[in-house]
Design a protein around this ligand. Structure first.
Ligand SMILES: [Zn+2]
Length: 380
């Protein structure tokens, strides 16, 4: 039994907070004025306001496109800013006129800003609609691969039996000492392969890690309760070093391979995609600079050695839920990654929905029936 794989991007969390005064932002909205005004962290030792902060100076210096700073800043991608700071600090520091401490402060401000915005734009949302429905329809073997930093999915998963099983397995991945070593038994290893998983590919605001590279807790994150407010104010309980929030935007110097937890998740994700009979992509835009995520999805294709041909692929349905579903570039990108055309006519059915509401209505109320005519069905 292969199961389904749900891939969740920022659009999924956005839809679950859409009715709030300030919904969870997409990657290009973090620097819009209302997010900076309402949720700027103002932590001790850092600037009390965005204006005047090291982060503000950095964003305006390196990302402005026009002389109107507010307008220019409003379209800046937060993942690109984080990637830029990390790369600057590790690779291009020799050309910097600023001391390292300034970049370090900008990085700390950005991490706190992401944490506060993500946490408080979703704070108190007890019953997220999309995530709640997903949790209810999960079958044994279904998996969720999330690229989101918020905890909406965890909150929903706690309310269903299958969801709680996914969270237990997630805890085992984060802290293997708690029982994930049963894989030495062959039958347990097989059931593990077909089990469902919940994976947070980019970490989350409920996870922290020790900053000491030699510490156990550098590799094994702390996973905090979903709505815990101050997760990064504690010293590491293994070595006493400072801890910081564990989020991973895609960039070259912080890949999945650089950390045990992220590497293990990526390996499991590729395996689940390889075995899945249906992949449902909700609110994920397939960003071209997220090379490792793209490679992971491409791994869902059949293996390139002849001996493996009879193993698959197993996938027979690809569902895309995204406002960009009317754009051929988006659909073609998804088809390419999941080998739709390469598999030949009719092998993989592609179904597109522009909104989460359309998807929920058409798919979840009648799982066993064909999609309704109102959806754009693109069968090759
Ligand atoms: Zn430590």
């Amino acid at each position: 039994m292969s199961g389904r794989v749900f891939i969740l991007g920022a659009g999924a969390s956005r839809s679950d907070t859409a009715t709030r005064a300030i919904p969870l932002p997409l990657a290009r909205e973090f620097f819009k004025p209302h997010y900076l005004d309402e949720h700027w962290p103002g932590r001790p030792g850092l600037s009390r306001h965005f204006q005047g902060s090291e982060l503000q100076k950095l964003v305006d210096s390196y990302f402005s496109k026009t002389t109107d700073i507010n307008a220019s800043r409003s379209d800046v991608n937060v993942e690109e800013v984080y990637s830029f700071i990390e790369t600057y600090r590790t690779l291009y520091m020799s050309r910097a006129y600023q001391p390292q401490v300034v970049l370090d402060r900008a990085r700390a401000e950005l991490l706190y800003d992401i944490e506060f915005v993500v946490k408080y734009c979703s704070f108190g949302v007890k019953s997220p609609v999309l995530n709640g429905r997903l949790a209810k329809i999960l079958a044994p073997g279904d998996s969720i691969i999330s690229f989101n930093w918020d905890t909406l999915t965890e909150r929903a998963l706690r309310k269903s039996k299958e969801g709680r099983a996914l969270l237990r397995r997630f805890d085992a991945i984060a802290s293997p000492g708690k029982g994930a070593l049963e894989g030495t038994n062959p039958s347990a290893a097989l059931s593990d392969m077909h089990a469902g998983y919940f994976l947070k590919m980019h970490g989350g605001v409920n996870m922290t890690k020790c900053i000491n590279e030699h510490c156990l807790r550098y590799r094994y994150p702390y996973v905090w309760p979903d709505d815990e407010e101050f997760v990064d104010g504690w010293a590491c309980n293994q070595c006493g070093s400072r801890t910081e929030i564990m989020i991973l935007p895609p960039h070259i110097h912080k890949t999945y391979s650089g950390n045990r937890f992220f590497r293990l998740q990526a390996s499991i994700a590729a395996q689940k995609l390889r075995l899945a009979d249906e992949v449902v992509v909700i609110g994920y835009s397939f960003p071209t600079f997220d090379f490792e995520a793209s490679a992971m999805m491409r791994c869902a294709r059949s293996d390139f050695c002849e001996e493996a041909d009879d193993l698959g692929p197993f996938q027979n349905r690809l569902v895309l839920v995204n406002p960009a579903c009317h754009e051929m570039n988006y659909i073609e990108r998804a088809k390419d990654l999941f080998s739709v055309a390469a598999m030949g006519a009719g092998q993989i059915e592609v179904v597109c929905y522009k909104t989460v509401g359309d998807y929920l209505q058409a798919e979840m109320r009648s799982r066993s029936k064909q999609p309704k005519a109102s959806s754009v069905t693109n069968q090759l």
